[in-house]
Design a binder for this molecule. Structure first.
Ligand code: ZN
Length: 319
């Protein structure tokens, strides 16, 4: 298929979490496409989207969302209010976000209560879960989405083909979007294939998808390994050409995380928070707790460890 000459404009905003910025991309052509939504306009310090990108919000014809994390959906409401874009988003997010909030809150509270954390840490964890889920519900109104996208779907935008690749693990609904730009095969990769670091395994944080986060992520890396990608436009870190190297680094990092968790259990049964304390340290505990819990779930799924009631919440023991 012949493509119109196209250029990609990166629009970067500061944010409070490492690495301190998030990127969204405008791809021009017969139809103007925005990949991801960054942070909400009211949280932007300094120049607006239009000032940074050269595009008015009303000039966006299509929005493709990789995943419903607060730093990737923030401009969605503003773009929809300004114009009439076609909004594409992962179908599985629709299913997940229709779960009754009180049911999810109860389930995540039970996970936190079983974690072995002290009362203060449990309260911090509950606040974190509630705050993130509230922001996602606010910034990602389901009725703004026109096109719910499934894995392996080829979308046609004007004369452009965009292939969706389901890549869960960091987030359970995550899609990468692959297309051709300037003779190159490129991926708008959201929070996958980031050059400076491996994304955390958060899937759906402390809700049900934690049980399959590790298996999901392994499958995503296998799936991406089969693609030839010349250039990556990620949500964090620089635009880069090191697609394969980032996947290999991520695979190694994942295996080291699992080995680290297993090593802690080799010293005896431990709660999830004990394990998290040992492998990530106190400083990152609340942020990385879902990843450590996902690693423990994977050990249980594979019969390497068992989960049992202990004196201070659930504990994990190697078999
Ligand atoms: Zn994310």
């Amino acid at each position: 298929m012949t493509q119109e000459p196209a250029t990609v404009t990166r629009v970067e905003f500061d944010m409070e979490w490492p690495p301190g910025h998030v990127a969204m991309y405008v791809l021009d052509g017969a139809e103007t496409i925005l990949f991801d939504g960054g942070v909400p306009p009211e949280r932007v310090d300094g120049a607006s989207f239009a000032e940074r990108s050269g595009y008015g919000l009303d000039e966006i014809d299509h929005v493709f969302l990789t995943h419903p994390h607060p730093d990737h959906i923030g401009h969605l409401r503003a773009v929809v209010a300004a114009g009439d874009p076609v909004v594409h988003a992962p179908l599985t997010a629709s299913d997940r976000l229709r779960r009754p909030p009180e049911v999810v809150a109860e389930r995540t509270s039970q996970t936190i209560a079983a974690s072995g954390a002290d009362a203060d840490t449990q309260a911090t964890m509950r606040d974190e879960e509630r705050s993130i889920r509230d922001r996602i519900r606010r910034d990602f109104p389901l009725d703004a989405v026109d096109d719910w996208v499934v894995d392996d779907q080829r979308l046609t935008v004007g004369d452009r083909a965009v292939d969706a690749v389901w890549t869960p693990g960091h987030q359970a609904d995550h899609l990468c979007y692959v297309t051709d730009v300037g003779g190159e095969r490129v991926a708008f990769s959201g929070d996958i294939a980031i050059e400076p670091f491996r994304p955390a395994l958060l899937n759906d944080r402390l809700d049900l998808e934690r049980h399959r986060a590790v298996a999901d992520y392994r499958r995503s890396l296998d799936r991406l390994d089969g693609l030839t990608i010349d250039r990556v436009y990620p949500g964090h870190g620089p635009i880069h050409e090191a697609f394969e190297a980032t996947l290999e680094r991520d695979r190694g990092s994942l295996e080291r995380r699992l080995a680290g968790v297993r090593d802690v259990l080799a010293d005896g049964p431990a709660t999830a928070v004990d394990v998290a304390d040992a492998v990530v340290g106190d400083h990152d505990l609340v942020y990385l707790f879902p990843e450590v819990l996902a690693a423990l779930c994977d050990l249980v799924n594979r019969g390497v460890a068992v989960r049992e009631d202990g004196p201070n919440g659930e504990r994990y023991r190697l078999v």
